[in-house]
Design a binder for this molecule. Sequence first.
Ligand code: VNL
Length: 168
Amino acid sequence: MKHDPYISFLTSIQWGIDDTPPPDVAQADWLLEQGSMTRRFEQHCRQVTIHRCREGYVPASAIGREMALLPACDSYWLREVILYGDGKPWLAGRTLIAASDLVGAEWALTSLGDQPLGKWLFRGDVPVRDYIQLGKMNSLWARRSCFRPSGKSLLLTELFLPDAPLYR
Ligand code: VNL
């Protein structure tokens, strides 16, 4: 798992953008996408590929302020990926779930491999999403959402990289 500099941006995002100009209409349409982002990206390139940069259990002390958005637990499953559209980095993604929520169907999250998370998350009925919060990392747009598959909490952070189609 090769480290990618974009991954470190994921923890420097400013959340809540009340004091910055809002996204334009076309960008807002991307940022508020309710379905699978992977599927949406697939409509704008020939092939979406994934590179896993970090995956595994981390102690609660390693996830900082995000803990307030998740159930309290000693450890969390963390997955950080770069999504490429035709070989160009389009998105940095970070997923967190409490280890205590990795039971039942959610256990499959630990063995996604290079399969995009969305293929699992959107496999059946549209999953419940609590909110979409927008953020910025310098000029780049980001969003985060809490999904509630079977009542569990899955925190997804997505940072749209400079080559992503929403900046076109
Ligand atoms: C993944 C794929 C994560 C697409 C994402 O956001 C995403 C993944 C957190 O495979 O981990 O938009």
